[in-house]
Design a binder for this molecule. Sequence first.
Ligand code: SF4
Length: 328
Amino acid sequence: MKIETKQEILEVLRMPFEEYRHTVMAEAARIHREENGNILTATAMLGYDNICKNQCLYCGMRAGNSAVKRYRLDQEEVIRWIGVAQAKGFGRLFLVSGEDPKYGFDHLLAIVHAAKHAGMHVSLACGEFSLEQYRELKNAGADEYVMKFEMSDREDFDRLNPSTSFEKRIKNIGYIKQCGLKLASGNIVGYPGHNDSKAADDILLMKELEISWAPVIPYMPALNTPLAKEGGPGSIETNLKEISILRIMMHSLDITAQQPGRNLAQGLASTEGNLEALKAGANMLFADMLPDAMAKNFSVVDNRSGMGMAHLEEMAKLSGMELKLRAN
Ligand code: SF4
């Protein structure tokens, strides 16, 4: 099966769901099974700081949301949690934070250095930096940086991300690639104003950027956010179709399986949502290292709850995939 052009992507996005399930979804699962060893990649997640200066209109952690209980873990504490992840056998670490100007960059470098010293594959999502800073992160041992473009439509981006601009975001993506870091990037599916044509453009941009990981997610209206008043949620079906299209277009790509199901009250830890995403060709799940009470406050979406190893093991069992904790 070949999916390359915008027209071919649109055909899948507009296909009846049952037809998609029996054709495109099955093909994506086959590719992952036969070419990637049917591995479910487990990554330790450390949301070490939920303070953010930005005002993205869709995000529960935006600066304007006073309902969020904020926290910032210091360097020593983060390194201690990295030790916990290592002791549990994880070889992959995802360090994620809001865009917090008060988090000392030297501290972040020391954290990355410690994680690399512990032999981990290190991915980060800590916001926009300068070219020089990305270079320093790479030199400290970072492997991959997550810089989502969120929406390839320039006007939509500038409206929904008032603290930055589409131009600046694409420039940052260029910096990340220039430094030799792997680039993780993706979109939000079905935000108010999104449509199939824009989704197809998003997918083509991911391909063009030669991403290593697609952290895609359907739009989920978050409490106390301006965009929640405009509609949503995004379609779970379109999100699943996008996952399968990405697997078929980029066979060895990492794709987030931490997806909501039809009951949004279960947040991203939905057994149904995660399992469907794995069947659609996704391969990556996260285990929260922080205590549940803290993980809940890393609230880019509502109903966030800490996902532990038991959930990942259950997902591996239900999907028939092999759970892998080591990086290679
Ligand atoms: S999406 Fe990221 S940068 Fe935007 S408000 Fe949320 S945490 Fe901050």
